[in-house]
Design a protein around this ligand. Structure first.
Ligand code: F3S
Length: 393
């Protein structure tokens, strides 16, 4: 790779051992993937922040880093709400080690926002280069905003945050962002809720793997694109998708689709995923809720009381700036928690069956929480949570 004089100096250890090692990580990645140079990034989002996922080994590694990040950097959700962990049923032992992880990141200059929706916090624009690692955030940045990021691992995102650059390969290159497979959705106008797009994404991700799909036959708004991308990234490894006439690059570039495999997915397959099973908790906000989603949940809960635990997850910044919506949701007995989520928090492991409106949570909860999972629309989730004998679906 071609290095600038400044990069050569970092590599030689002139800015300390940690920065030299971080640059080595980026150069090793660049070499593997054939990058010619490093390019500046606008922001970073680092996964590997919940003690549940990184454990003692990850904490020890973080604690020996002695430098600062060079660009705005946030974390993926951690294992608990930083201020309300007791209400979540988190043990003091877990809270103590989780705080140590957060302290290690704080010392590195990372902003204490723990969210998979960093696009609600930063102005991220079309064409920006990023180093984000949470898979749904990566899918949203690339597909809905038209920014450019590979699906980074935790260490490579942190290395990029510290150096302020990432190797130029993969989705940073325009030529690598063309569709590789077409998905035709039949009766796409019947898809109206995050759960429908989550189910579509769940099915599509399993069929396309890591290929870049171009979807036809649907007209989702941003929150529904978020649900779609998150699910495709979870059941497959989709880091970029296009929706004909909707997503920015599908509008800017005319993508030839001749010769591409065409996959058809019908509404019947989507609705078949929404099987009714009894549940003992409801979790919403995977990915973290937008202001509009908080407002919709508040409206659906107005004048009602929940009969089973209901957890709603959002970025702290979003929750803080929408106190009326948060208060309206909590008036029903539901909780709005920040910094964490239903998958990375150990708090959800005490439930036997959890209802969600997210295709990504539907894919992850059985393994990550050891619970059965039911997928239903946002309205159905609230209906189940608030029916008189809640839980008996
Ligand atoms: Fe976000 Fe957790 Fe879902 S990180 S995408 S809320 S699994």
């Amino acid at each position: 790779m071609i290095l600038s004089a400044e990069e050569e100096a970092i590599l030689a250890g002139e800015e300390g051992e940690t920065r030299a090692r971080m640059l080595e990580i980026l150069l090793a990645l660049g070499k593997v993937y054939g990058a010619e140079r490093l390019i500046p990034i606008r922001s970073a989002q680092v996964s590997g922040a919940s003690y549940k996922t990184i454990g003692r080994f990850g904490l020890d590694w973080l604690q020996q880093l002695d430098t600062k990040v060079s660009v705005p950097t946030v974390l993926n959700p951690v294992g608990m709400d930083r201020s309300r962990w007791r209400e979540m049923g988190i043990t003091p032992e877990f809270a103590r080690v989780q705080e140590q992880v957060l302290d290690a990141y704080r010392r590195l200059g990372v902003t204490m926002e723990c969210t998979c929706t960093p696009y609600y916090l930063y102005m991220t624009r079309f064409g920006d280069h990023l180093a984000w690692s949470e898979s749904s955030a990566v899918a949203y940045a690339n597909s809905v905003i038209g920014a450019r990021t590979n699906r980074e691992g935790g260490p490579s995102a942190l290395a990029a945050a510290i150096i302020g650059k990432t190797p130029e390969y993969g989705l940073h290159l325009v030529g690598a962002r063309k569709p590789q497979v077409v998905i035709c959705v039949e009766e796409g106008d019947r898809l109206v809720d995050a759960a429908h797009f989550g189910a579509l994404g769940y099915l599509a991700g399993r069929l396309v793997g890591s290929r870049i799909p171009l979807l036809e036959g649907i007209r989702p708004k941003k929150d529904l694109l978020k649900a779609l991308g998150a699910a495709m990234a979870a059941s497959g490894a989709v880091a970029l998708f296009h929706v004909k006439g909707i997503t920015p690059e599908a509008r800017v570039f005319s993508y030839p689709t001749e010769g591409l495999e065409v996959i058809e997915i019908g509404y019947g397959e989507i609705s078949a995923l929404m099987k009714e099973i009894p549940v003992d908790a409801v979790a919403l906000g995977c990915p973290h809720c937008s202001p509009e989603e908080l407002s919709r949940i508040a409206g659906l809960l107005a004048g009602k009381k929940v009969g089973i635990p209901v957890f709603v997850f959002a970025a702290r910044d979003v929750a803080v700036h929408h106190p009326a919506e948060v208060a309206a949701i909590e008036e029903s007995g539901a909780h709005v928690f920040a910094d964490t989520c239903m998958v990375v928090s150990p708090a959800m492991e005490r439930f036997g069956a959890i209802m969600v409106n997210s295709g990504k949570a539907f894919a992850y909860i059985p393994n990550m929480c050891g619970a059965a999972v039911r997928l239903g629309s946002t309205e159905e989730c609230i209906e189940v949570a608030t029916r008189p004998a809640a839980g008996a679906s």
